[in-house]
Design a protein. Sequence first.
Length: 515
Amino acid sequence: MKVLLTALLLLVGNTLLAQTYTMPGTGTSNASTCSGNFYDSGGPGALNSNQYSNNENGVYVFCPSASGNRAQITFSMLDINNNDFLEIFDGNSVAAASLGVYTNTTTSPGTITASVGNASGCLTVRFTSNGNGRAAGWAATLGCVVVACQTITANFVSSSPAASGGVVRVCQGQSVNFVGSGTFSTSGTGATYTWSFGDGTTANGTNVNHVFPAGSYAVNLTITDPNGCFNNNNLNRQVQVSTTPTINTSATPATLCTNQFSALNAAVTMTPYVVNCTPPISGTTFLPDGTGVSYTTTVTTNCYPPGATITSANDFVNLCLNIEHSYLGDLSVRFICPNGQSMVLKAYPGGAGTYLGSPLDDPTVGPGTGRTYCFTPTATTLLTAGTTSSAGSPAGNSVVAGDYRPVDPFTNMIGCPLNGNWTIQVTDNLAADNGYIFDWGFNLTAALNAAQSFTPTIVSQGWVPAAGLYNVNATQANAVMGTMGVHCFTYSVTDNFGCTYTAPQCINVNCMSLP
């Protein structure tokens, strides 16, 4: 397939051939190394004789053998056929950020190195090929680079308005000024400062201003030096923007004569701001027939405080899939969180000839109709042991919808970041059946975002002094006018954010009273 690169190590007169790693045709392999040669499944050999195979779906995870290092792959050649895909991910699973996707190319990507922000230091390589032709594949060498980052700490200097009780409270449309600084173990020369405001926007510099929409936000500062090293601490400065209260006013009577009394009343309801971080629901994912082929579908969460993690299995309410598949027995299903931690929902083998949902048991047609299967921390029945009912075409035994116990416990996910890409990975291990995930999503306990919710409180309220107002208190007043016409009065509320809201109430004096 390709000329073997003879990376030889001379050890006291003896020659030791570098370790050879070849991509598995299916499944996942792992290596902890900082040296060696890496080839496609055809292995080393003449350029065109050892091509990779059709219908491959393999993953190789390379992690540094020395703590504090970052994995590195240097390609000497690359030849990938059209609609075959070589993917490289910046972490220890395919859930990590992508560093490149290569198809229909003979251009080598050169050297690819795990990023400074990649805590694992690993690189994950996935290769999938279809059944329509092959190519020579690739040859690469493995190595590591030393992470030599200085310690950087982001510091919060001040805000204007200042925080009260750890929270900066402002009115709608009001600008907030933030000042930050950095502490460096070596040097801060050339460092960049990027503020993230929690509303999807950023600004650069040590001194910035920002206007927030109504809501609750966590503000953070990332400091990056010229080597790509950055601080690991979160400021999490909380900003809350006041909500508009509901003010209902009335006048009884609203139409009267001169020198008659109208009773003015007001009722105020403060408006809560409730953070809702329910993760989004995915779209439809086709699960074609395959033998050891994995399919993934991902949803992204981004509204939790930066750095927040799963701390208990009970942080999960449930994880639900609406799915149909004509053979439960050949599936394995895994739930993967943003940092690569995972749990098995359904293991292979298991499930015999049972359906999921109401499938059309013919790989050439579809889709059928899904049923919703939820995995919860408290359920006691595995999916493979669930009650069945007749469904599908031709009719067969299908697991009924309901709550089920995953194979792995939800404690597997403790430490997972709340924000990021969450993935369902379905592996089809046997031929002749297919299916669809119509949608999936998961729910976390509301307590995870309750700290960001708030309700403003009333500091002062009342009718604004004006000619004709008498007997004024917090919610009531009497209005008596000596002239005809429409006379309007103002009711005012000020909250603990320092924001003032008003509402008018008018009376119509349309007749003269008798002396």
